[in-house]
Design a protein around this ligand. Structure first.
Ligand code: CA
Ligand code: CA
Ligand code: CA
Length: 247
């Protein structure tokens, strides 16, 4: 069951859930196949699992799907839209209440923002953009690499959840429908990336990951009301339409 909880003074959002990291790759969280919302005639993009790991520079989140997907800007029926919510202080009482387990400080926004292979990271309460997260795709997954500098210099240990969807198939529509969330209840938690296995020979100095190439676009606000409205509608089982284009 999806819990419905009110954002104080705002709207209501869908339940996200704890997939305690007891599955295979430590942090990987499974999501059921066939649990999509079924709304709007959109391609029912169906999350199968996700994983989040951090190092000294980035929080890297991978979401896997049961069927092929395409990048947001591809404009295809199976293009992925939506949001990754990050509770950076792992405190449900701070930030925006998302579902029943996240007090999210930041959101990674897959809306079509005209920045191919980049998503926008925003402070969820202020709506201020805090940086960009490069995103890459395989046939059935995407990986967003969130610079820790874009999430308040956090150490990367976060609670998180995703709410994703696909375009409204209606001709000329600028909206998308949410099709799946993960976890279905509670919150997922990131974990430190595994250290390289030591070898008999002196281990090489860990190379610093390249700085992410985002260009912060301060000021432009996340269409948070639209996000919350969409989540509200998901939770109520109604049609869920959120603009695909950045306001
Ligand atoms: Ca699913
Ligand atoms: Ca919080
Ligand atoms: Ca799900």
């Amino acid at each position: 069951m999806r819990a419905l909880l009110a954002v104080p003074g705002l709207l209501v959002v869908v339940g996200l859930a704890i997939g305690l990291a007891s599955s295979s790759s430590a942090t990987e969280v499974s999501d059921p196949i066939g649990d999509t919302f079924g709304t709007g005639g959109a391609d029912q993009l169906d999350i199968s699992s996700m994983d989040a790991q951090y190092d000294a520079t980035n929080l890297t989140i991978t979401v896997n799907f049961s069927t092929p997907i395409q990048p947001t800007e591809a404009g295809a029926s199976n293009s992925v839209f939506g949001f990754i919510y990050l509770d950076t202080d792992q405190d449900i009482d701070t930030g925006a209440l998302i579902g029943d387990a996240l007090g999210a400080e930041f959101v990674v926004d897959l809306l079509d923002d005209g920045l191919p292979q980049l998503t926008i990271v925003s402070n969820i309460e202020s709506g201020i953009d805090t940086g960009n997260a490069p995103i890459s795709f395989t046939d059935t997954s995407f990986t967003a690499t969130v610079p820790l500098t874009a999430i308040g210099g956090d150490d990367g240990l976060v609670d998180y959840g995703v709410l994703l969807g696909a375009p409204d198939p209606a001709a000329g529509s600028e909206y998308f429908f949410f099709t799946d969330e993960a976890p279905n209840e509670g919150a997922a938690t990131s974990e430190a990336a595994p250290q390289p296995t030591p070898t008999p020979s002196p281990a090489p100095t860990p190379s610093q990951l390249p700085a992410t190439g985002g260009r912060p676009t301060g000021g432009s606000g996340l269409p948070w009301v639209a996000v919350a409205m969409g989540a509200l509608l998901v939770a109520s089982g109604g049609l869920v339409l959120v603009r695909r284009l950045r306001a």
